[in-house]
Design a protein around this ligand. Structure first.
Ligand SMILES: Cc1cc2nc3c(=O)[nH]c(=O)nc-3n(C[C@H](O)[C@H](O)[C@H](O)COP(=O)(O)OP(=O)(O)OC[C@H]3O[C@@H](n4cnc5c(N)ncnc54)[C@H](O)[C@@H]3O)c2cc1C
Length: 420
């Protein structure tokens, strides 16, 4: 690991290896997994251990995308090429490992592979016929191209449905005019999957979703976001951007259904990244607290430290069990089901918000508490903990801020005032 100035003792640093982190993870995770899932985790761990020494933290994360693409790790929800196994549970396990490896890489990977990549699968699932989208999909999932999603606008954040991005039909496509913000990967992107409306008074009935190529002429300006310096996040401007028909993924209101179809797997995926940040922060804290001595004793022996770690471990285990369980139900009853269960779909939509709410908040609590429990070294670059801490801040706002998850959950609860 590159450090500006090393103050951590060699004996401790040696033990804070990724290999040891995976040992502790496996003790806590493997009993929850079957043989196939454990095998997939071992593959992921081999991959991470090989990539880890090649990561240069002074460079943007994007140089690593082709490495992920070669292993089929840009996403694992859907079948792409011959990469197996796949499904939501595998996606969660992959996100978990990639977060421990490099939380900023995981953030950008999720935006390209899932937020931009998943709509290409939904397009064909719903009968789309343009071959152009296969090319886009291949570029994104091989890690050769970079994708992003444009939902949020300067004046429409949580109120995303009432968007202002104006679309106008032409004979051979559609013209986009408007702005998006917080477009993760935007400044580096080759494609932005962008939502707009024909009539802002009727967004649900007129929403459209298109895959917009950089060649069509959108502009991106980088926002300065200190906590994730290796990820580029944009203010995206569409000034008369003409999109050919072959790149329209969902038209005339179908964009609205697709928006929500995308948000559920997105939030479940974010749970996976969150699980990884929790374990990453916690495991390195556990190793450090076992080795660091003050007043002649390892600091883990002091209740203020040891009990804090015990409390965090209990919460991390509960959150992990939740994420894995929801992913299993999503795989069995929605993604791979011969006949999708509407009740399960509804439940997964609600639980994706509940889980995203619980987990993204927990990432922050774990990292903050570990830093307070372990002391000064954890706010320097001598341990990976501060990078987990910084990324955790983003986890809670990306994919919808805390209150919007609660808003969705309580909306579902309010039906009991009508339906009973
Ligand atoms: C680093 C980063 C990356 C992101 N990446 C992407 C991306 O790739 N693509 C994309 O489209 N978007 C992205 N987002 C946008 C993200 O989804 C939004 O920030 C989020 O939806 C909230 O919108 P807002 O920030 O405009 O906050 P606002 O909607 O302005 O909300 C401000 C505050 O008010 C609260 N609030 C709003 N409405 C209600 C209500 N009805 N009830 C109670 N409280 C409410 C919110 O919870 C929040 O606390 C990203 C954001 C960040 C910070």
């Amino acid at each position: 690991m590159d450090m500006q100035e090393k103050i951590i003792k060699d004996e401790i640093l040696e033990k804070m290896s990724l290999e040891n982190a995976f040992k502790i993870l496996n003790d806590n995770l493997f009993p929850m997994l079957n043989d196939e899932e454990q095998g997939f985790c071992k593959e992921l761990q081999e991959f991470c251990l090989e990539l880890h020494p090649k990561i240069d933290k002074s460079k943007d994360v994007y140089v690593l995308f082709p490495e992920l693409g070669k292993a089929g790790y840009m996403q694992r929800i859907n079948k792409w090429r011959d990469f197996t196994p796949y499904g939501m549970k595998k996606e969660i396990l992959m996100a978990l490992h990639l977060s421990i490896l490099d939380p900023q890489l995981e953030l950008a990977r999720l935006a390209s592979g899932i937020l931009c990549g998943n709509p290409t699968f939904h397009y064909y699932h719903h009968g789309g016929e343009s071959d152009e989208i296969y090319k886009v999909q291949d570029g994104l999932l091989s890690g050769q191209k970079i994708g992003c999603i444009g939902i949020t606008e300067p004046e429409r954040g949580s109120d995303a449905v009432n968007m202002l991005m104006k679309c106008t039909k032409t004979d051979d496509g559609v013209i986009y005019n408007g702005e998006k913000v917080f477009t993760t990967n935007g400044p580096k992107s080759d494609y932005v999957c962008t939502y707009g409306v024909y009539d802002e008074e009727h967004p649900r009935q007129t929403m459209i979703q298109s895959m917009i190529s950089r060649d069509f002429g959108y502009e991106t300006r980088r926002l300065k976001i200190n906590s994730v310096p290796r990820v580029h996040i944009a203010h995206t401007i569409m000034n008369n951007v003409k999109v050919p028909k072959d790149y329209i993924l969902a038209d005339d209101g179908a964009g609205y259904t697709r928006l929500f179809e995308g948000l559920v797997p997105e939030r479940l995926g974010i749970m996976g990244s969150g699980v990884g940040i929790c374990w990453g922060g916690l495991i390195y804290g556990i190793i450090y607290a076992n080795l660091r001595k003050q007043f002649g004793q390892q600091i883990i022996k002091y209740q203020g430290v040891g009990f804090t770690l015990a409390d965090l471990l209990s919460q991390a285990t509960a959150a992990t069990a939740l994420a894995l369980n929801v992913a299993t139900i999503y795989d069995d009853k929605v993604l791979f089901a011969e006949r999708r269960s509407p009740a399960a779909e509804k439940w997964c939509a609600s639980v994706s918000s509940q889980g995203k709410y619980i987990l993204s908040k927990l990432t922050n609590t774990v990292c903050y508490e570990v830093q307070q429990a372990c002391g000064g070294i954890t706010v320097t670059d001598n341990t990976p903990i501060d990078e987990f801490m910084d990324t955790s801040k983003i986890e809670e706002v990306i994919g919808g801020a805390r209150n919007i998850q609660l808003f969705i959950i309580q909306n579902l609860l309010r039906r009991y005032g009508r339906d009973l």
